[in-house]
Ligand binder design. Sequence first.
Ligand code: SAH
Length: 215
Amino acid sequence: MNQSGPDMRVVELIMALRSAGIVDKAVLGALERIPRDVFVTSEFTRRAYENRALPIACGQTISQPFVVAMMTEALCLTPRLRVLEVGTGSGYQCAILSLLARRVYTIERYRTLMKAAEERFDRLRLRNIVTRLGDGMLGWPEQGEFDRILVTAGTKECPPALLSQLCEGGLLVAPIGPPEGQFVTVFRRDGDVFHQRQVAPVRFVPLIAGIASAL
Ligand code: SAH
């Protein structure tokens, strides 16, 4: 492969994200540094830097780079924060978070996806990620409260367990709405009150309760 090839594709992707309205330099820098081709299967390597969602194993998808950037921006991350991600999938979004936060806890319900994501984290030497096979709707209560929570699967309502594991002043970002389409919604905890703000329309695969029995 032409050595300048992938780099030009990354440059073009970053330019596309900027013209789509992503302004946070740290977020753009993280998307520039994490090689998306590592997170797709070989048949899609060629298309890894297109601004599109792509299929991954188990009938799931790796999110569109614009959506990853937009949701990451909405989390307002700083280097000292602990983040919970629900829906590891390919691990791409998690890898981006790992460059911007202190530690990322990520939960996936498919063993196959979890294993593949763990191998990618190892390969890229991302050492501040903790993985768990389980039902992310229940959160990760043993880890206490999180500064930020990101849900990367669509759900009609935010699972209450996740809201309860958000620290005071913390932000939770999730695609809220029916399977046909959701709104990226930001919840901010203010005591027992959760202020909500809708950011943009999206379409995610559904959040499903329980560990996947197959695979
Ligand atoms: N963040 C991913 C996108 C994942 S797609 C990436 O960057 O590639 C959504 C993922 O959420 C799928 O892998 C799906 O299996 C997972 N998921 C759905 N419901 C879940 C649940 N209750 N707990 C954990 N993971 C779940």
